[in-house]
Design a protein around this ligand. Structure first.
Ligand code: 5AD
Ligand code: SF4
Length: 449
């Protein structure tokens, strides 16, 4: 009997990689690999990597150093271990990875995951390394393995609808690592959403580097907008909640804003990165909008859906950013009010225009700005969460909590909500009366249904 091999997948970076890691596990599962959570037992280790900032990329190399030791230890026991590097570092650095870390057997870019099982067999048989980072014509979504029957890991799932980016913000590697914008077809997405629901999923988050630039072909052969796709997915029985991320302010079309007013299943939460509050910096970033335009857009969105919670991405210390310009970032935060924010020190990325700009900001200045920014944001998050105390909100329960008898779910505004209750609540949406809040989460009491 053929023995099942074990694979350990480690995911770095964004939700698109989380989605891709699940697809990788499924492709490998269909080819005789069972997933393991113990790296020491793994016959195959896949690092699904992120290249967005230097720190993320560096982590991959320190992991590869450790994997060399692990491979040697297992070899001493007569066990073979293969190592694959997937994701954006693979795409960006290709063969360089093997030169720096010869422990690697396969380097594979996001467009080629369906070829992973075949390439692993060849790498082993031919005792050589493969580097597969071309953008092939036949796209990877066409090769999704069938996944009916297997219960979903959670009541909430990701669905990648769009990949790549044509915006070329001057700080960002995504247009180089993930390539040009590509949208999946509506039929394909409806089928995948129906399969997710059949596996017990109640909430679907549509993913894309620029998700609101979605323009997939509909059944009528026309290009459908994200709003139209959302309306179609909302018709599926069993889809209870829809979300999408990440959006660009320039692509917040009127029909999408209208969908927030009209589609009940579309959750009142929007991740809308603004990156910086200074118009000079925004122009140098090639964001193609001003701070005033961002404020006006938020007003329009809140007119359509007054309770919408906003989240954002912010970079401090972009080349040339002065203290006064940084203060404009703080002003924008106070004016808009964010439920959530992801903050980053600018990190020069090879091949991007900003990496070569004059006026690179010293590390200690970036660090000091980040501290000031995070202090303000903590106050904002606490304010937002405190505003929920006394309200009753629908919560989709997803897992058990750390304390006995506790279950954890998400509010429509993506807050973590803890409540007392048993495991049968998992997968259910229940009304919860919120009675306390911290900057990071809420706690409440499940109401009788
Ligand atoms: N340095 C710092 N932050 C970056 N981001 C993207 N590129 C960089 C960079 N070079 C941030 C942006 C983006 C988020 C995903 O990562 O804020 O929205
Ligand atoms: Fe990067 Fe800008 Fe594209 Fe977002 S919109 S992926 S930040 S280039």
């Amino acid at each position: 009997m053929r023995q099942t091999k074990k694979v350990y997948v480690k995911t770095f970076g964004c939700q698109m990689n989380v989605y891709d890691s699940e697809r990788i596990t499924e492709h490998l599962g269909a080819n005789g690999y069972a997933e393991t959570a113990t790296i020491d037992d793994a016959d195959l280790i896949v690092l699904n990597t992120c290249h967005i900032r230097e720190k993320a990329a560096d982590k991959v190399y320190s992991d590869l150093g450790r994997l060399r030791e692990l491979k040697d230890e297992r070899r001493a026991l007569g066990l073979d271990t293969m190592v694959a590097v997937a994701g954006c570092v693979a795409q960006a650095e290709g063969a360089e990875i093997v030169a720096r870390a010869p422990v690697v057997d396969l380097v594979i870019g996001p467009q080629s995951y369906h070829r992973m099982p075949e390439l692993l067999v060849r790498a082993k048989a031919e005792a050589r390394t493969f580097v597969e980072i071309a953008f092939p014509e036949d796209e990877k979504f066409a090769h999704l393995p069938a996944r009916s029957g297997v219960p979903a890991r959670s009541a909430s799932a990701f669905l990648t609808v769009q990949e790549g980016c044509d915006k070329f913000c001057t700080f960002c590697v995504v247009p180089y690592t993930r390539g040009a914008e590509y949208s999946r077809s509506v039929d394909e997405l409806v089928t995948e959403a129906e399969k997710l629901v059949a596996r017990g999923v109640r909430e679907i988050t549509l993913l894309g580097q620029n998700v609101n630039a979605f323009h997939g072909t509909g059944p009528d052969n026309q290009a459908w907008s994200l709003a139209r796709l959302i309306r179609r997915l909302a018709e599926i029985d069993g889809v209870e909640r829809l979300r999408y991320t990440t959006s660009h302010p320039r692509d917040m079309a009127d029909d999408l804003i209208k969908a927030h007013a009209e589609v009940g299943k579309l959750m009142p939460y929007l991740h809308l990165p603004f990156q910086a509050g200074s118009d000079r910096i925004l122009a140098a970033m090639n964001r193609k909008h001003t701070a005033a335009e961002y404020r006006a857009l938020v007003r329009k969105i809140r007119d359509a859906r007054p309770d919408i919670a906003l989240s954002t991405d912010i970079i401090v210390g972009f080349p040339g950013e002065t203290d006064a310009e940084f203060s404009q970032t703080l002003d924008l935060i106070s004016d808009v009010g964010f439920a959530q924010a992801y903050t980053f020190k600018y990190s020069p990325r090879p091949g991007t225009p900003a990496a070569k700009m004059d006026g690179q900001v010293p590390e200690e200045v970036k660090a000091e700005r980040l501290v000031r920014l995070q202090a303000l944001l903590e106050v904002e998050h606490a304010k937002f969460n405190a505003g929920c105390v006394g309200r009753t909100v629908p919560v989709l329960f997803e897992k058990t909590g750390r304390q006995d008898g506790q279950v954890i779910g998400r509010s429509p505004y993506l807050q973590h909500v803890a409540a007392l209750g048993d495991k049968t609540l998992i997968g259910q949406i229940r009304a919860v009366a919120i009675n306390s809040a911290s900057p990071y989460s809420l706690a409440g009491t499940v109401q009788a249904s």
